[in-house]
Structure formats: C-alpha cells, structure tokens
Design a protein around this ligand. Structure first.
Ligand SMILES: [Zn+2]
Length: 206
C-alpha cells in the first residue's frame, strides 16, 4: 500500500515502517534531524536544504493526502519555527522511553490554530494558515487525528539516545523500541537502555 511512498528524510535511516497518510509527513519532519552512522546532515540546518526537503516531502505527501499544504519559500523565522516544532515533538516522543520524563525535561509547548467544520461525515479538523504556519497547523492536526484514532502511540523515536530516528510501530503489542533492531537494538544498547531505566526506578517495557 505504502510501497511507492518514499519519504526523503526517513529514507536516509532505512526506516522500515512509514506512518500512514499525513502522519508519514510528521515522521519525515522528525527524521530531518542529524542522526545515523555515518552521521547524516540536519536537513533543517540551512534555508536551502530545508526548502529542498520541504518541497520533496510535500510532493510525497500529495500521494497520500489530497489536502497536503502547498510548497512555499522559507525565511529564517519560518525555518526557526519549523525547527522548534521538530525539537518539541522529538522531546515529547522521547518521554516514551521514560528518560526525559524522569529527569523532568520540559517539553516545550507548541501552539497553532486549526478550523473545525461540521459536515455529513461528522466534525473534521482542518489546518489553517499560510506558509510555515500552514505546515505547523497541518502537523498538529495530524497528531490530533492520530491521538483520537489511537495511532499516536505507534509513532515513536528510537530508544538509542544517539539516534532518535522516528519510526512507526506496527507490532501487535506496540512494543518496538528501536528504529532498526540490527543497528540500534544491539546488545550493548539494550543493556545501556535497561540500566538507564533501572537507575531511575523505571521498569523495562519488555
Ligand atoms: Zn535508532
């Protein structure tokens, strides 16, 4: 179903599972971060790189969502807002590993606006705003929809603190910890992960 869909940032980390629909774009935004071995560049580092990624990722998005926001030029402020959205989201998802929560790292709050319309198919959330604000609204609308559909818990970041690659957990009991079990889920990382949880009095999910 999603075989033809290639998300440009996620493709760099051999992420096997893409989130469905517009949530795949959110996952791609998360994977613009610098990670991997060898280290891949941060795609939101410069305006040029960010515009190129946005154009390519939004083109992919049109294959899975007909209401995809249009590509647009970025300025420094817009890029900063895109980056802060990514960082807040990464921090929020990392709390799933019980680490950031335990050390009380505050997840910055992100606000945007959306429209709600009532139609024959019920009430629907729609992104609002132009340019980067439209993108930020689109991302939060996707997250709200995923929260209500109970698929939000499947969007995860890798338990390896040096990685944090975003993946979509399709496992039956939603218990995956690593974006790629062969690279990040090696014995050394698993041991370090358990030790970190134990140190903070938390139990391992498996
Ligand atoms: Zn990983």
């Amino acid at each position: 179903m999603t075989a033809a869909v290639r998300w440009p940032a996620s493709a760099r980390y051999e992420v096997q599972d893409s989130a469905p629909g517009g949530l795949g774009f959110v996952q791609d935004l998360l994977n613009t971060a610098s990670m991997g071995k060898p280290r891949q560049p941060d795609l939101l580092e410069s305006l040029d790189a960010a515009e190129q990624w946005l154009k390519s990722s939004l083109a992919t998005l049109t294959h899975v969502d007909s209401s995809a926001p249009p590509p647009h030029a970025l300025d420094a402020r817009g890029l900063g807002r895109l980056r802060s959205l990514r960082e807040a989201l990464r921090a929020a998802l990392a709390t799933g590993h019980g680490e950031e929560a335990a050390v009380a790292v505050a997840v910055p709050s992100i606000e945007t606006t959306a429209a709600i319309t009532l139609g024959t198919d019920g009430a629907q959330l729609h992104p609002r705003g132009k340019g980067v604000e439209g993108i930020r609204s689109y991302v939060l609308v996707q997250l709200a929809a995923a929260t209500y559909a109970d698929t939000m818990r499947r969007l995860k970041v890798c338990a390896n603190p040096r990685c944090r690659g975003a993946f979509y957990d399709r496992s039956k009991n939603c218990s995956r910890l690593w974006h790629d079990v062969t690279t990040c889920g090696n014995t050394q990382n698993v041991r370090a992960y358990r030790a970190r949880l134990k140190e903070r009095g938390l139990s391992s999910p498996n």
